[in-house]
Write a new protein. Structure first.
Length: 149
């Protein structure tokens, strides 16, 4: 058995308890706090948190969930305190991330930083993406009204 407890800073919290080896295909409402074991069977994942999910979090996600096909993110908190450095296409502090099997990405409940995280190929590569769910205003902003490569 393995247990992960997430405290949201209030009196409430969330607890995930699961058996090992992990055999489920779906995980919901995981946060920045999850074990670093490899979940080979998970193909659907929903990540939710009330603190920023930094670039390193998504790097870990790609390694810990190597066969992820459907990914949903919910977080309205900005990723970086220095937004202009983060939004730059050429940020030397960000390692390149690849989600090899990801075909569906839901970014409808996120801050604009997360749209940048996933749509700029200098930060994240999504070679199998076929379904993208994102707010149209955020998409226009991130793509500079569809003129950004």
């Amino acid at each position: 058995m393995r247990c992960v407890i997430h405290h949201s800073g209030t009196t409430s919290g969330r607890c995930h308890i699961y058996s090992l080896p992990f055999r489920f295909t779906c995980l919901e409402k995981i946060s920045n706090q999850f074990p670093t074991i490899v979940f080979n069977t998970v193909t659907y994942l929903h990540a939710f948190d009330t603190v920023p999910m930094q670039h390193e979090f998504f790097m870990r996600m790609s390694q810990v969930f190597p066969f992820l096909k459907h990914f949903s993110v919910s977080n309205l908190i900005p990723q970086s305190s220095n937004y202009y450095e983060w939004k730059s296409d050429e940020n030397p502090y960000c390692s390149f991330i690849e989600y090899s099997h990801l075909s569906s990405l839901d970014l409808t409940c996120v801050h604009k930083d997360y749209v940048v995280q996933f749509l700029l190929e200098t930060k994240t590569h999504l070679p199998c993406l076929t379904d993208l769910y994102v707010d149209s205003h955020q998409l226009r902003s991130v793509t500079m009204n569809f003129t950004r490569n």
